[in-house]
Unconditional design. Structure first.
Length: 216
């Protein structure tokens, strides 16, 4: 049982971490909270992590029902999720802002940024939600669900530590260093997106060819 829990927890963290990109959220978080006191910033970091936890956990447990309600196959979800992830990765590689200027100005004026824009859509955005729904479609018993939930919780914990301990990283790397780090993450995320799209497309093609040969 413990092996199953650890396997699903590790798999969920590995799948989600590059897409949610807690490290990439550090500079945005500090730019939005630069006028706040350290205790309030830590409280906001804790709230962001908790919001990410419940949002992703909700889609983890409701994912199968969502797919059934809309009549969406897992392979179609892989392709759609891959396109969304590729869009995010391309923005990272080309160093485009994850928030528009208007969204950034509005967020600076907000007292509480823990849900929007930090948790949604920056960390637990469409790409991360698509990954979680894809994971949920493969879960079969309570151990796999608990293991995946542990993985989501580990992601939230890592996000909390990134946001609370990230200030030295921001100061040490500077904008150029963070931009370079973001490009590296973006490249690997783009590769993951291509894999999602290719796997989903190949599976749909095999299914279509199988039905065609079956009819003939």
């Amino acid at each position: 049982m413990w092996q199953t829990l650890l396997s699903y927890a590790a798999g969920t963290v590995v799948a989600l971490f590059p897409i949610a990109n807690p490290i990439g959220a550090i500079p945005i978080f500090y730019s939005l909270t630069e006028q706040d006191s350290p205790p309030y910033r830590h409280a906001q970091a804790r709230a962001v992590a908790l919001n990410v936890l419940w949002v992703l956990a909700l889609f983890l447990f409701a994912g199968r029902e969502i797919l059934g309600f809309f009549g969406i196959s897992l392979d179609v979800l892989r392709i759609a999720g891959g396109l969304l992830v590729a869009h995010t990765a391309w923005q990272m590689v080309t160093v485009r802002q994850r928030l528009t200027d208007l969204e950034h100005e509005e967020a600076i004026d907000k007292e509480d940024i823990s849900f929007t824009p930090m948790a949604v859509p920056l960390v637990s955005g469409p790409g991360a939600i698509g990954i979680v729904i894809s994971i949920s479609a493969r879960l079969s018993d309570w151990a796999s669900y608990v293991g995946s939930l542990m993985g989501v919780a580990l992601l939230a914990i890592s996000l909390y530590f990134c946001l609370t301990l990230g200030e030295p990283l921001v100061k040490a790397l500077g904008r150029n260093g963070l931009g370079a780090l973001n490009r590296v993450f973006g490249f690997f995320i783009l590769a993951i997106a291509v894999q999602f799209i290719s796997e989903g497309s190949l599976n749909l093609l095999r299914e279509a060819l199988g039905e065609l040969f079956h009819q003939t």
